[in-house]
Ligand binder design. Structure first.
Ligand code: DAH
Length: 355
């Protein structure tokens, strides 16, 4: 507002009047932004003190000096009030911080949800560890293989039902004489290992296998682990010893095992190995998991058939060996009490986290 020259001004009193609210204005400030605004109200381009400064030219000569001094005092007063308010805000902020619950810096950090190893892979790694401890190397083969490695070289007769289109996923092959398929078992890797290495051999072969099957206990893709040991004078007793040692390490020393005669084209004699039920211990009448038998079937095995040795160029008169094959999914189901194999492949995070 323009100054009215008709009023008899007391310029010094005007300065005092401009500063009346100074203390209260700064007391009301809550943060740095408030402080800046209040300061600007006095000292900014449009501020009250700044406006009064412009009045100096209107004053008679002798009045100018005391007016100027008073203005300087006013500016200093504003700065002082600002400094005090700043200190007050800092003190208040520190008191607030100190009033907070103490931070315990020894507490472990909060971890975000993490992925975990799939139950099938957990069991597979455990099984591999046990066999590695028993001196087996790990060998792998391709999931897509020649039908001769999957069947013929393992002694399957040409009309064996497992070779039926309904069990296997055959793939188009460039050569009509060479049938190609997704391997139906990891026994293919025994053939490949023997074709590429002279005896002695002591390997396990883990991997995915594929069959046209899909129900509560069968998945079209599942995991197997094959074992093969070939040397001079290997006996059935050693097969039994290795498998018993393996099962005791996997399931604990309270289990019992039994051999049951069985047939697989690539072993002679062939057997299935059962373990006493992990749920009921195989006592009394058994339970639902072992279907009242007290036993669980865990793997197939036997002494390598001389026909297989001939197929891979090993001398069947000189070498003997044993082989075994197990379903890793089945072991995982037993270990974690999973009743439907498909749960293992649905990958519902709630299911996986519950195991
Ligand atoms: N390959 C067989 C299967 O898929 C499992 C098996 C049985 C493997 C006996 C072996 C064996 O090495 O000796 O059912």
């Amino acid at each position: 507002m323009a100054h009215d020259p008709n009023q008899t001004p007391d310029p010094l009193a005007e300065i005092e009047a401009a500063l009346v609210d100074l203390g209260r204005a700064f007391d009301a400030a809550h943060d740095d932004n408030d402080l800046r605004q209040v300061t600007a109200r006095y000292l900014g381009k449009e501020g009250t003190v700044t406006a009064l400064t412009r009045r100096i030219a209107e004053l008679p000569g002798p009045a100018r000096k005391p007016f100027g001094q008073k203005l300087n005092e006013a500016k200093a007063a504003v700065e002082r009030a600002r400094g005090e308010a700043e200190l007050r805000l800092k003190t208040e902020a520190r008191a607030r911080d100190l009033g907070q619950p103490a931070v315990d810096i020894t507490l472990p950090g909060r971890r975000p949800a993490r992925g975990r190893v799939h139950p099938i892979m957990r069991v597979l790694h455990e099984v591999i560890d046990v066999f590695a401890g028993l001196g087996f190397d790990v060998a792998e083969g391709p999931e897509v293989d020649l039908a001769v490695n999957n069947f013929d070289r393992l002694g399957f007769p040409p009309d064996h039902p497992a070779m039926d289109m309904h069990d296997s996923f055959f793939l188009p092959s460039g050569d009509p004489g060479q049938k190609v398929l997704l391997r139906t078992h990891t026994s293919t890797v025994q053939v490949r290992e023997m074709l590429s290495h002279p005896p002695p051999i002591q390997v396990i072969c883990p991997g995915a296998v594929f069959r046209r099957d899909d129900d509560v206990t069968h998945s079209p893709m599942f995991f197997q682990l094959e074992g093969l040991l070939v040397d001079e004078r290997v006996t059935l007793a050693e097969l039994r010893g290795v498998l018993d040692a393996f099962l005791v390490r996997l399931f604990g020393s309270s289990i019992r095992t039994r051999f049951r005669a069985s047939y697989f084209p690539f072993v002679e004699p062939g057997a299935e190995l059962d373990v006493s039920c992990l749920i009921c211990g195989g006592h009394d009448a058994g339970c639902r998991v072992c279907k009242g038998t007290g036993w669980l079937e865990v793997l197939g095995c036997g002494m390598v058939h001389p026909v297989v040795f001939e197929q891979v160029g090993y001398d069947p008169e000189r070498y003997t060996g044993f082989a075994f094959g197990m379903g890793i999914d089945r072991l995982a189901m037993l270990r974690y009490g999973v009743t439907d194999i498909r749960y293992l492949y649905d990958n519902d995070p709630r299911f996986l986290a519950s195991l």
